[in-house]
Design a protein. Structure first.
Ligand code: UGA
Length: 360
C-alpha cells in the first residue's frame, strides 16, 4: 500500500468498528488508533493497536490522535431507528454536528477520510432522477427520497445526507481526499446490544429477534414484516473496506454502496430463518412465535420505513474487485452460535444451555 502507516478508527468499539479493526490490522505495515467511548466490543489486541477511550467531541484528544494518522475512518453514529423519532436532537448531533469538525480537520490537514454513511439516505424507495421507481439503489443516479419532516424517522437519514454533502463539498472545493461508504444492512456477531443485558432501548432487527429467541418471547413483526432488506455478512463487508483503504487512488471522491443484493428478503423471512437456526442449535427451545405489531405501537409516533432497499454494487465490484458471496442461510449459524455463547448463560434456562453447548 502506498505510504500508508497509521489509521485512526473513530467508533472502533461499535459493531462495525470491532470487526474492521482486526481486518485492517492484517494489512502489512499498518498501525491503528482505535477510538470510542467504550472499547469493550473490541476483543482484539495487537502490538500495532492503540486504544483510546475518548469522546468524539473532545477536540483536543481527538486532534491528538488524528494528527499522526494518514487515514481516518469515521464510524461514530447513533444508528438504531428507535432513536430517530424519540431522540432526534441527539441523532442529528451524533450524525452531523459532532462530525463537522472531523471533516474540517481532515480537509485542513490533508488526511484521507473514509466516512461511513448509510443506505438510509436513499429513503423510502429507489427512484431515478425523474422520479420513476427503480429496483436498485445507485450511488450516483438514484434520487434521495425522504419522508416529510413530521416523520422524524428521517432525521437520521437527513443528518447523514447533509454530512455527505459537506464532505462532498470539501472534496470539490477544498481538496479533501474522501470516500463515502453506504452500508446496506450489515449483520453479524456483536451487533448493537440486548436490552437489559448490555444496553437499553430497541436495537436493530437482528438483535431484537435474537433477544426474543433467547428469552423465549414473541418475535415482533413491525407492520407485519413484509418490508425487505438486503443483508450482508460483516466479514464480507470488512473485506470490502480493507480494499477501500488499500486503493486510495481508485476510491478518491467516490460514494460506494457495500451490500449484498442477492440476500434481499422480508423481515418475516429473516425471522423465520433465524428461528429455524436457533431451534437447530437449541433443540429444546420453545417454538418461535411471531406477532404483527403496528409501527406506532412498536416505535411510537413519527416512524416511517423503507419498503425495500437493494444496493447496486457494480461500482464496488469494479473499484474493489470484490463481490459478496455468502448467502443469508450460510451466515446465520455462526451468528446464532455467537449470540447463544455470549448471552445464553444470562438469558436461557439452564436445561437449554447444556443442550446448546453440545449442539452449537
Ligand atoms: C437501520 C439504520 O437506520 C441504517 O442506518 C442502517 O444502515 C441499517 O439499519 C443497517 O443495519 O444497515 P433499518 O434496516 O430500518 O435501518 O433497521 P432495523 O432496525 O434493522 O429494521 C429493519 C426492519 O425490521 C424495519 O422495517 C423494522 O421496522 C423491522 N423490525 C425491527 C421488526 O419488524 N421487528 C423488530 O423487532 C425490529
Amino acid at each position: 500500500m502506498s505510504g500508508l502507516s497509521r489509521i485512526a478508527v473513530l467508533g472502533a468499539g461499535g459493531f462495525l468498528g470491532s470487526h474492521l479493526v482486526p481486518a485492517l490490522s492484517r494489512l502489512p505495515g499498518t498501525a491503528i488508533d482505535a477510538v470510542d467511548l467504550s472499547l469493550h466490543k473490541l476483543e482484539f489486541s495487537s502490538p500495532h493497536l492503540e486504544r483510546h477511550v475518548a469522546d468524539i467531541t473532545d477536540a483536543k484528544r481527538i486532534e491528538g490522535v488524528l494528527e499522526r494518522c494518514d487515514v481516518v475512518l469515521s464510524l461514530t453514529a447513533l444508528c438504531t431507528p428507535a432513536l430517530y423519532s424519540t431522540n432526534p436532537l441527539s441523532v442529528i448531533d451524533a450524525n452531523y454536528t459532532h462530525l463537522v469538525p472531523i471533516v474540517e480537520y481532515c480537509a485542513a490537514h490533508r488526511k484521507r477520510l473514509v466516512h461511513f454513511s448509510t443506505c438510509e439516505v436513499y429513503g423510502r424507495l429507489a427512484l431515478d432522477t425523474t422520479a420513476r421507481s427503480t429496483e436498485l439503489m445507485h450511488e450516483d443516479d438514484t434520487a434521495l427520497f425522504l419522508g416529510p419532516v413530521s416523520r422524524e424517522r428521517w432525521s437520521y437519514a437527513c443528518a447523514k445526507q447533509l454530512l455527505e454533502r459537506l464532505i462532498w463539498a470539501h472534496g470539490q472545493h477544498k481538496g479533501l481526499d474522501f470516500t463515502i461508504i453506504r452500508p446496506f444492512n450489515v449483520i453479524g456477531s456483536r451487533m448493537d446490544f440486548l436490552p437489559g443485558v448490555d444496553g437499553e432501548g430497541v436495537p436493530r432487527v437482528l438483535a431484537c429477534f435474537m433477544n426474543a429467541l433467547l428469552r423465549e418471547q414473541e418475535l415482533l413483526l413491525v407492520d407485519g414484516g413484509l418490508q425487505k432488506r438486503s443483508f450482508i455478512s460483516v466479514e464480507e463487508f470488512a473485506e470490502a473496506i480493507v480494499r477501500v483503504v488499500e486503493r486510495p487512488r481508485d476510491c478518491r471522491g467516490e460514494i460506494i454502496n457495500i451490500g449484498n443484493p442477492s440476500n434481499d428478503v422480508s423481515i418475516r423471512a429473516l425471522g423465520e430463518a433465524l428461528s429455524a437456526e436457533f431451534e437447530r442449535q437449541v433443540p429444546r427451545a420453545a417454538r418461535a412465535r411471531f406477532r404483527a405489531v403496528s409501527a406506532e405501537a412498536f416505535y411510537g409516533p413519527g416512524y416511517d420505513d423503507s419498503a425495500r432497499r437493494i444496493p447496486d454494487i457494480t461500482k464496488a465490484e469494479r473499484l474493489l474487485d470484490w463481490r459478496p458471496k455468502v448467502s443469508l442461510s450460510a451466515m446465520l449459524p455462526a451468528i446464532v452460535a455467537d449470540y447463544v455463547a455470549r448471552y445464553g448463560t444470562e438469558l436461557m434456562p439452564h436445561s437449554l444451555q447444556a443442550r446448546a453447548a453440545r449442539t452449537g
